[in-house]
Design a protein around this ligand. Structure first.
Ligand code: LLP
Length: 403
């Protein structure tokens, strides 16, 4: 199986004709393959992979991932509701909160969902609110990794509780009679070399000996995929070998012989399964640059504008000759650029383009900026059938029912 979803020109054109443009298309087989690779990282019986749903909360994708034996994390009541709709039970959801209101904590607690708090400030509020005795906290292990400073969370960042504040965790827990049942961490998003991840895991393992009632630890996500076709893949075999060894050493020494050890990938499971199809609406020359104008603005895919992220681009055309092109969206900002100076075949108005690796943080970060409805999502099953898994938003829904 190919690493990424592949579409023939005719299929891409048919999908856009059937479901409209722009359009997110996902390949179920690739999601299942990635889930199995993550499950194979460790054979420890308490090894528990958690899907970080913020990467893509489509309910049909959540169901596929659940059927592969994953649990989920949630960042908000909205994610919790999507996960419940996909069939996840309360014990399968971990609410990894970050600066949330007590009402949001209560929302999770009322449903029997474990909450991990992100600061001493929030732990105190949790305790004062009389929420369930068992809780968890997020450790900031002081080591970070990631594709952009905006997504590195270990070390100097707003996230987690640093090691020197752990006495504070114990004090607040004792004051309110709380039991620290879990510790999670996440050092950042997208590594293709796992050295930092493994070093940070070590910090978490050591910290876990300071809390006697632990039921789980969660090492976090961040597993990267190559966005450039020329980049190498994350070596999951090597990571598995090293991580399994560390998990085995840790669990052999830890007093709770049933402690769950979780990992929490988001992007890795869904990124490569997705392609974003769009339509070329203009081709123009301006000040020496050739602009290809499409309907894929940063309201539809935000990553290139927000992080300067690279996505490989396909132009579905029979034209073979390439030239330097700048691909833009239809939003009224000059920064609305998907890719600059790419060697691609010149398309004609009406041609379809495909943005690869769009399955993670694509739809989930889409907005209605410029009052444009969010696109539809379609799933390709292993037998090649296409199925609508989220309708395109309507213009009427944009007005919030006010007119
Ligand atoms: N766990 C926690 C607590 C997280 O905050 C995240 C991602 C993950 C797990 C999963 O990370 P992943 O395996 O997907 O790297 N919008 C950015 C990525 C932001 C990630 C935020 N947190 C992007 O498009 O690259």
């Amino acid at each position: 199986m190919a690493d990424r979803i592949t579409l023939e020109q005719e299929q891409a054109e048919e999908l856009v004709k059937k479901y409209g443009s722009p359009l997110y298309v996902y390949d179920e087989g690739i999601i299942r393959t990635r889930c199995r690779e993550v499950r194979a990282l460790s054979s420890y019986p308490g090894f528990t992979p958690n899907y970080s749903a913020k990467a893509n909360t489509n309910i049909e994708l959540l169901k596929i991932i659940k059927s592969e034996g994953f649990r989920v994390d949630a960042m908000s009541p909205g994610e919790i509701l999507a996960e419940e709709a996909a069939g996840f039970g309360p014990e399968e959801i971990l609410f990894i909160s970050n600066s949330v209101s007590v009402e949001e904590m209560q929302f999770a607690a009322d449903r029997g969902i474990m909450i991990s708090v992100d600061s001493l400030s929030q732990l105190g509020q949790y305790g004062r609110a009389g929420l369930p005795k068992k809780t968890a906290f997020r450790l900031n292990p002081g080591i970070g990794a990631g594709h952009s400073a905006k997504v590195i969370t270990g070390g100097r960042s707003k996230f987690g509780i640093e090691k020197k504040q752990l006495d504070g965790v114990q004090e607040i827990a004792a004051r309110y009679g709380l039991v620290i049942a879990g510790i999670n961490q996440h050092i950042g998003s997208l590594f293709l070399n796992s050295d930092e991840y493994l070093a940070a895991a070590e910090v978490l393992f050591e910290t876990a000996f300071e809390f006697s009632a632990l039921e789980f630890i969660d090492i976090g996500g961040g597993f990267g995929v190559p966005y450039r076709g020329t980049e190498g893949r994350l070596d999951m075999g090597a990571l598995s070998q090293k991580l399994s060894q560390k998990i085995d050493d840790f669990t052999a020494r830890h007093p709770n012989k049933n402690i769950r050890v979780m990992v929490e990938p988001g992007r890795y499971l869904v990124a490569e399964s997705g392609i974003l199809l769009g339509t070329v609406h203009s081709v123009k020359e301006n000040y020496g640059e050739t602009y290809v104008g499409t309907d894929i603005g940063f309201n539809v895919l935000m990553r290139p504008v927000l992080y300067d992220s690279w996505h490989d681009i396909l132009i579905f055309t029979t034209n073979q000759k390439t030239q330097k092109l700048t691909i833009t969206g239809n939003i009224c900002e000059s920064g609305d650029i998907l890719a600059r100076d790419r060697d691609l075949p010149l398309p004609a108005v009406g041609d379809i383009i495909g943005i690869e690796n769009a399955g993670a943080y694509g739809y989930s970060m889409a907005s209605t900026y410029n009052s444009r409805p969010r696109p539809a999502e379609v799933l390709l099953s292993p037998d090649g059938q296409d199925r609508l898994i989220r309708r395109r938003e309507s213009l009427a829904s944009l007005s919030g029912g006010m007119c």
